[in-house]
Design a protein around this ligand. Sequence first.
Ligand code: DGY
Length: 330
Amino acid sequence: MPRVFVTRPIPEAGLKLLYEAFGDEVLVSPNDWPIEREELLRNVVGVEGLLPILTDMIDDQVLEAAGPQLRVVANYAVGYNNVDVDAATRRGIVVTNTPGVLTETTADMAWTLLMAAARRVTESERYLRAGRWKSWGPQLFLGVDIHGQTLGIFGMGRIGHAMAKRARGFDMRVIYHDQIRLDPEREAEMGVSYVDKAALLAESDFISIHCPLLPETTHAFGPAEFACMKPTAVLVNTARGPIVDEAALAEALKSGRLFAAGLDVYEREPEIHPALIECENVVLVPHLGSATRATRARMAEMAALNLVAVLQGRQAPNCVNPKAIADCRL
Ligand code: DGY
């Protein structure tokens, strides 16, 4: 029976599938915090299936430590920038992710951050809880309108599409920028228009980031970009932290160069740039994009099904390196 290691307890729905398939050969790290590097390197030795979460760096050293019998790394996340896919591919290891199941939930969070930042929800709640609210005021915590404004989507993948859908209900104009343009029928159907990055920055009242983290998207939003945005604009990031230069964002928020921001992800999680913590006009949540009971359970099931499929000699439903490993069959 193949041995499997899960780096942190995941919802029962996924663990059940693993136990059904591999029984006592499944080892789940018992601690509900990120596994220490040394512990990870120790526990992967001899496993055929590894199920990490997005904070575990699965690099060549981990794959080497596991040994040549390792066949699948089933990441518990849609993003897989924590896995060295090239190194896995060189070793013939299938890498899988959990796309689709968290699309709507993550778009819900992006929309929550957009609204909370625009209407100063967390800032005014802090004021109220501190006992500072003395009366209704004509100028108290004035925000910016959402309805009828322009939403700029940076990265028109699944979550970008889900954001565009939500924007319709708010009568918004939706523009987007991506490396790949949708075909005109799809654009018309979605009610979105393609623009270059400069136009996205200049015309958007809200920019929501939905691209993957790649070398070319690292710090895609920095001082130069903030200088081109409207001073009334709101930036939302639920994708990956390093896409935004946090120091530059804090500076833009403090100086009034940008109206507000909503962040779910950070450059060096779980550290938050101290200058951001000082900003009242940023809504900060701890990487909760996919954090609903139903979605996390579906992600667990999906990661487990991917892992079981490979170890049982079937095609992994969500393989991210299929070209290198013919058909994901081992
Ligand atoms: C993912 O799956 O990549 C998300 O960031 C989890 O919330």
